[in-house]
Design a protein. Structure first.
Lengths: 283, 288
């Protein structure tokens, strides 16, 4: 089948809003950084950023989506893609892991992709969820990201992807690794169409996803205090047999080393993305 | 004898792929290319001895050659960082691929690395960016690219010079998303389970041919490539010549479209109809 055959069909817009927004259980949460006890409703209002020290808590995919899209309106795409166990990895431990993390997160996979407005601008948005097998990329995640770039190219709309990932997923072996090539191939075509790809790096963004599309944004935004890099810090420490300096691979570190355009606090993320899209559209 | 080889376990293949006497990129360069001229440096920061690059003549045809290079002994391995590139290696490779494009020469890329180096300088200088960019740009390098996995295909560090029009793999080489030891440490919290991980990861040439991730398996002499290096080199030569002939005879638009479609199809999943949606669901071009 040629790619254009597939394009000629309408992408499907399934409205699949989750039943409820994820709210942390209980009334209070302790900030892991400054240990302050935070009132959950207050933490929610503050977009899950510690009011005392500014620590950015990890967000679930839907929490992030609702922080970014206008009027809580988001049309999920390709939510019907289901992972299988192509390698038959060690007698079904992968299928078990998928089941567990589906239950834990309420998600179907490690990324939710779809379409919504950001500051009034129609956009394609993809958001990783670190809670789902470490936000790892295998066949389904790779396919969803690839399609997002294809939709973006076809409709001449911006693509925004928020990563929170440990990289390529072991359980699908080389099929996972090759998603790095597939997503970047699609990104290459999206770029040629004149598209705008904003890559938002949340905590953590590493390995196979960083070494493919996430590091290749037209504009790359890091959330404060995120771990960003290729190899995980433990692997580096084991390799070089020494402790890594404080702040190594932090957002601030990668900004200093020229790998990202800016660090943006969560309460300014949406407006910053909006401003960039506005400029891109003035042509 | 052949029976014996076919029955090697994935873990045994892992051992063979890492065998200290296994022929290296430099051996193929020395034996397959006339007038090889090594070219150094990424023009940005430094030169990476873990990734060799240069130009030469293969069967009367000018070619650009890139490849990871391990050392033949401890001393060489230290100076070549055990074939684990820094960002400079990937940037040098991209520079040479662009050179190949301008000169209308095909690229031959040899894969043999435990992985991209996980170290301080590598992170400071953007290891992820360097690999990501190579993968991205490989899709518009307007010249044929032939990839040969000759030993260890270590994850992103391999893929950084691994996108091409044909991917060939020596019979006992491996290509994996993570090392079996790393996989075992994560899943079973025990790197001694590496043998089990090697089977689970489906990292052999035979597995990867089934998944359409590679295009051809190059046979090795009985006992493995290191038992008869001259014979191995001849087998690799034959396969490179035949495959190069095919990709060099395609027009460049076709080549790039096929390069794209080849990876576009990779992935295995199910796509169910969503009864809620009022629109006919798009069918995936991917297999399941």
């Amino acid at each position: 089948m040629h790619i254009s055959d597939w394009f000629s069909k309408k992408p499907k817009y399934a409205v699949l809003k989750p039943e409820k927004r994820e709210i942390p259980e209980g009334l209070w949460t302790r900030c892991p950084k400054c240990l302050e006890i935070l009132y959950n409703k207050e933490l929610e209002r503050n977009l899950k950023v510690c009011g005392k020290c500014g620590y950015h808590f990890k967000l679930g995919a839907w929490e992030r989506i609702y922080q970014l899209v206008d009027n809580n309106e988001f049309y999920e795409l390709d939510g019907n893609l289901e992972s299988v166990d192509p390698l038959q990895f060690d007698d079904g431990i992968y299928l078990e892991k998928l089941r567990e993390d589906k239950e834990k997160t309420g998600l179907n996979e490690a990324i939710v992709t779809g379409r919504g407005r950001i500051e009034g601008f129609e956009s394609f948005l993809g958001v990783f969820d670190f809670g789902f097998i470490g936000g790892s990329m295998a066949s389904v995640v790779g396919e969803k990201v690839t399609r997002l770039f294809e939709y973006g190219a076809k409709e001449n709309l911006p693509v925004v992807i928020v990563t929170a990932t440990g990289g390529a997923r072991m359980y699908e072996g080389m099929l996972s690794l090759m998603q790095m090539a597939k997503t970047n191939a699609a990104l290459n075509r999206y770029r040629k169409s004149g598209g705008l790809f904003i890559s938002v790096l949340a905590d953590p963004s590493t390995a196979g996803v960083m070494a493919s599309f996430a590091s290749q944004g037209d504009v790359i935004i890091a959330e404060p205090g995120a771990l960003i890099g290729f190899a995980g810090p433990r692997v580096i420490e084991q390799t070089i047999k020494q402790k890594l300096p404080e702040g190594f691979q932090s957002s601030e570190f990668v900004l200093q080393h020229g790998m990202v355009d800016m660090i943006v606090e969560r309460n300014k993320l949406k407006s910053t993305i909006g401003r960039i899209i506005r400029i891109w559209k003035k042509k | 004898m052949e029976e014996e080889i076919r029955e090697l376990t994935p873990w045994e293949k892992v051992q063979l792929s890492r065998h200290p006497q296994r022929p290296l990129t430099i051996d193929y360069i020395e034996n397959l290319f006339e007038d090889f001229v090594e070219l150094h440096g990424d023009r940005l920061y430094g030169d990476d001895p873990a990734l060799i690059g240069g130009i030469g003549i293969f069967k009367n045809r000018g070619v650009v050659v890139i490849g990871h290079n391990k050392g033949k002994n401890i001393k060489e391995n230290v100076s070549r960082n055990f074939g684990m590139p820094h960002p400079e290696g990937y940037r040098k490779a991209l520079r040479l691929m662009r050179l190949a494009e301008r000169w209308h020469l095909p690229v031959i890329s040899f894969i043999d690395t435990p992985g991209a180096y996980p170290g301080i300088g590598a992170e400071e200088r953007g290891q992820a960016e360097a690999i990501g960019r190579n993968i991205l740009e490989a899709f518009d390098i307007k010249t044929p690219i032939l990839v040969v996995v000759i030993g260890e295909g270590g994850s992103g560090g391999a893929l950084g010079i691994g996108v091409g029009d044909r991917v060939l793999m020596l019979e006992n080489s491996i290509y994996s998303v993570i090392s079996p030891e790393g996989c075992a440490a994560i899943i079973w919290k025990d790197s001694k389970q590496a043998e089990k991980a090697a089977s689970a990861l489906k990292l052999t040439a035979q597995d990867l041919l089934k998944f359409n991730i590679i295009d051809e398996i190059i046979p090795e002499p009985p006992g493995g490539a290191h038992t008869d290096i001259a014979a191995t080199i001849r087998l690799v030569e034959e396969s490179i010549e035949r495959n190069l002939e095919v990709i060099c005879n395609k027009d460049i638009e076709t080549l790039l479209e096929e390069r794209y479609q080849k990876v576009r199809r990779i992935g295995v999943f199910e796509e169910e109809m969503v009864p809620k949606a009022g629109v006919e669901p798009a069918r995936s071009p991917s297999s399941t």
